[in-house]
Design a protein around this ligand. Sequence first.
Ligand code: ZN
Length: 237
Amino acid sequence: MPVRLAILLGALLLVPAAAAQQRPVVVIDPGHDLRANAQTEPIGPGSSTRKIKDGGGTHGVVSGLREADLNLRVSLRLRTLLERAGVRVVMTRTATAGTSIGNIARARIANRARAALFLRVHADGSTDPTARGTHTLYPALRSGWTDDIYSESKRAGRVVQADLRAALGFPDRGLQERTDYTGFNWADVPAILVEMGFMTNPTEDRLLATAAYQRRAAIGLCRGTLRFLGRPVARRR
Ligand SMILES: [Zn+2]
């Protein structure tokens, strides 16, 4: 009996530590940074195809807002919401202050954190000012690169796109598979990239530049992430 009691007590003492370890980690990757990075890097492990590390992103055609700043504002709000919901968050950056680190480096942060989701936050740009809407990208299936993360990434994309689109109310551009995204091909954890809206469209730029819409985007991304993780989604606060 004393031995059994000791085992029981030991098990009880271990519970809080185990519970803390089971908290999922989400890596939030606010796209771009203050400066572009013209260096190149292979688009996947062992690839001879190289792409520029970071072209620098777009900017608001009306607001003048830099995409890197919009991505960060939404990402910081999202971090707060996810942490409140009991999720551990790792950020690839917390300021818009330097040269972009590139996409292999971003993927490695997610891999090292053993992220349940590598969530990349962007806004789109186009030469066509009428182009608008929300869409979500995920890695295409490629043996040796993404076969281990393909189906979970696709599921995450579906769920997060639905909640982000509903929160923003922009047109639904749906999901898109990408073979050529360095940050996806180097990821060993489920990865998606959301394009919240078009900063080159005057309507979406004006709205995304407001705190109200940045909050909406963060709420949509939080709900989608929690649903993907199978965690309870908070009611409206
Ligand atoms: Zn971008």
